[in-house]
Write a protein of this length. Structure first.
Lengths: 265, 68, 265, 68, 265, 265, 68, 68
């Protein structure tokens, strides 16, 4: 499907001075196979993927590292601090991620509750301040609270990433009001992170005007991750274009699509 | 005479006098493959050669894995 | 955006023996200009458009006929019976549409109420039987009632077209249960007609498994009809692919996307 | 001597003895442009030439316009 | 809880010249025990209950008849035609119900599909005309289609009973627009029948302005039918009062509840 | 309407050792008249109302004080810190409220954003710790974040009050998942504060299992505040009883309410 | 000598010469308890006594049960 | 000779030597009606009588009003 140039004409997503044509960022966890992951990422059109920092397994094959499957020359790797429950831990993981030498970017995630994986906004803000001071480009996972989002922006985050619903829940965009409010109030890019379950979730989320979406489970756990990745790519672009085009008004009274004049006698 | 070192949380023993690069080799790891935290300090790759591992040291050897 | 072949691999939409690659059908009414209409149709990727049958205006310019703007060689024209309130009128308009010599297809629409433009299912079924007997290929606009939909299929309709919400309302898919039920129970193609307001409406509608969508107002009344048409094209394809791929399960408990093993001490 | 005919609901008068094709011409319409309903009967284009229009006839001349 | 008189001041529900203080009508099927049923009906405050017409079981105890548990002197029994799939059958059951000598009222139900139990609107309208001609007071179960609802009113039905969602589904009010439209357009009482699952469903349904609600499964299958019956009674009254009171406007911008003036320096 | 004792049998709401029969708490702001306010409070059945602390107006009538209209002997007054944007201010207002000598209770509210009136969770937690240390009974207004809610409980709050939607918005319960999660995870009473717009909002909110609801605008801005107050009273009780009763399961397939056996031949 | 009658779909045999009231009694039913459809015709209670049941008759005996 | 005091943000002048209770009276307020913050310190009612108001003092006089 060729996109007529004047239609695709949407400013690229710019985060911390780096430009991305794709507004879809995907995770690399939980795929049934590395082959599924690689093909799904390709089908998604994503130019940035998140990766986790973990111990090398000294007893298993050496093939497990993600760098055996993804080439940092071709796709931008965004290390995350997933699994951290304190600011101190998150800072430690961020530094280890940066030490790999790929970039000074980090997806900051400080979890406050194991059952919902909701962020600890107190520790997230604390860690964000430390990391920004150390020169990191911080993309901060947070909840749908606009007050916290504004604080994270003030702390110097390069992007703020509110959730649509809990990580891995697939419940979609539960609170469009707050997401829209966050987008309206912040200057920095707003990337919705977590909760998107299917293409229409991605589409309606982009229609709120946000700058992009990050997802993982919706692809990894789809019946056909590659096909769903392609669906998500189209859903994100569809939502973005619909937002830019401006939707028709909703009304509870019907309006005919064909002329009422010129009817036969 | 061997020395005891903690690597990724597990006690391991190595021949004394190894430096970090040699320890990685002993574990079958290529330096550019991993990031090394040596006694809670991140170790620059340039210093693997010049950094000795001694009895009781603790090392964390990490890399990137799939994650969201 | 190139669609990798194996991904686009979706059976074409087949109605009455005719195949369509696009699952989006658009109306030609209410655009601000004919140029908007032509460019929006092109951007939508639609291969079939609906047209109305009306008196020639003997006093105004002769340019008003739709055939001055659309070439039946390149796009399939589907005459509708919009504006008819009785089976007799609908049959009369269908015959006039066929007499134009393009095809024996008709989008049957018998309105039962001026305020909601909801169909008169009694007259629609009666007209469908007459038209099928006369050799028409009948695509019947109806409400979300599965019983009526089954009767229309039994009457020999080539496609059944339940509404998402009232014509021109932009309220989107109000009753996904009933639309899903209709799709599950019918053998013939199910095309959702009317009510879609924005790309995510189209996407979520296709995710119910229906065969296609017909829309008009959502394009004609969008701020930028051409851009919205492109959004709808992507939204329809995204929803179709997501349906084929199979979405992840919804759950109210979060599930981490990064490994819980391999954390540092 | 003119004849009165109803065209698309409006009374109009034409010279007597016209056939449908001629009437269309008189209205500046090309046959292939319109569908003609003559006294409630759809008229095949092939019969425009051979079908006379007489006093009191009612014609509907329709075509396709934009619609949803 | 005493209702101050001026508050309870709501016109009674009037159907076919008969007045009811309660706007809740309940079914008598599927309770775990007759005792549950009797106590639930009492707790619901209902003044009218539906009953089915079935063969006497010649081999089992004679105690099964509903009249052994409910006194027609104290509660109005409304015979239904549940289980009928043709107009002829429905008329037959209606006549049998009337022959019991309690009243000439009937809840007309002609099912068109076994899986969804959606009405056959064609047969329902036909049966309604026959029964009205025979002097029945017809309360007709139908779908959310306003056109059909208007036809049933024209046919002389004493009340029209659109569904909230399928019988026994508990999905609640799926299409508030259409239910509101039906209420706005009809003169006769509109009683929402089927689909209500919990008290908030009943409340939001009454807030659409309808005249009453008929339910059965929501009570019979509740964990505690008696308590749920009481909840439904309050929910129906709450929704009715809220409708009469007129709700505050919805707005996406917050408005303080405390004065902004008079703050300390 | 008399509630049969065994039905009303619900444990009273207990906050900081004080028991309330009513689970509805109402605000005293924004009524068209003091008479409306007094009658609405009475109709609501509320036993606790919130009040604000403001400067005496030295130039206007002395009648404006709320104590001229409400008798603390008959209704429990809960001073709030509405309008405060810092922990320091909130503490100052709380102390002033306590100095009035009615109780050591305070509804803690520290606003973080003027447009949404969303709480500043950072300052709220800080103020909560100070006030608890000073012996206050703190009922803390917060957002739907369970992590913050748990911190407020750990800080010693007597009740945690998450919002349904922004103050004065009337958008109702936007995120039932998070409210349910907060109720499930906390030991202390959970009172939903702000956002409820009509009776069904109150009903569905109570059905999530929370302990009570606080509202103001929904009454003050209703067409008839007194009638709406009564509707809210019933809606809250209906939702509570439905929660205790346990609702029927939702299902997408219909289930008949009348016996399928015993049909005529 | 018995006669065969269909009651609620089942074949049953009774002594010949019964009327409907007697048949109900034979089945242990009180007249006011049931509504009787006799050969597809609803039978008024007043006519139970005067209506004979004969070989091959079909009767439906119905009443109200719980339903929604 | 008068003194200047700030009350609820506004400058006001009173006769010198007043105590808080007298100042409230001068403003037409009954002590039990208000809570007094005197130079940022909440003043217990028992101390109104014994607390002098002096030049430059700042007082906040507050009470409860309708609020949510």
């Amino acid at each position: 499907m060729q996109t007529p140039p004047e239609l695709g004409a949407d400013a690229p997503l710019e985060i911390a001075g780096r430009q991305f044509r794709s507004r879809l960022i995907v995770g690399t966890g939980k795929y049934r196979s590395n082959d599924d992951m690689v093909r799904a990422i390709e089908a998604s059109g994503a130019e940035m993927v998140t990766v986790a920092v973990r111990r090398v397994d000294l007893d298993r094959t050496k093939e497990e590292g993600i760098l055996h499957h993804l080439d940092p020359e071709h796709i931008f790797l965004l290390p995350n601090t997933a699994g951290c429950y304190t600011a101190e831990d998150a800072v430690r993981y961020a530094r280890l991620g940066r030490a790999a030498g790929l970039s000074d970017w980090v997806k900051l995630e400080v979890i406050g509750d194991q059952r919902t994986l909701l962020p600890d906004v107190f520790a997230t803000l604390e860690a964000a301040r430390i990391l920004v001071a150390e020169g990191f480009r911080v993309l901060a996972y947070t909840n749908e609270d606009v007050v916290t989002a504004l604080r994270l922006e003030d702390a110097g985050c390069s992007a703020v990433m509110p959730l649509a619903s809990p990580i891995g829940s697939g419940l979609g965009l539960v609170n469009p009001y707050f997401i829209r409010e966050i987008k309206t109030r912040l200057q920095c890019p707003v990337i919705v992170d977590a909760g998107v379950g299917t293409a229409s979730d991605a589409c309606v989320t982009m229609e709120q005007g946000v700058d992009g979406i990050l997802m993982n489970t919706a692809l990894a756990e789809a019946g056909d991750p590659v096909r769903m990745a392609h669906a998500m790519r189209l859903g994100v672009e569809a939502g973005r274009l619909a937002f830019l085009a401006g939707r028709m008004p909703r009304r509870e009274v019907a309006v005919p699509s064909s002329p009422t004049a010129g009817m036969l006698a | 005479m061997p020395m005891n070192v903690t690597v990724n949380g597990d006690p391991r023993s190595f021949a004394s006098g190894l430096n970090v690069r040699e320890l990685l080799e002993a574990l079958g790891l290529r330096p550019q493959q991993v990031v090394v935290e040596h006694n809670r300090e991140i170790l620059d790759r340039a210093r693997y050669e010049s950094t000795p591992v001694v009895e009781g040291d603790s090392l964390e050897l990490v890399h990137f894995v799939g994650g969201g």
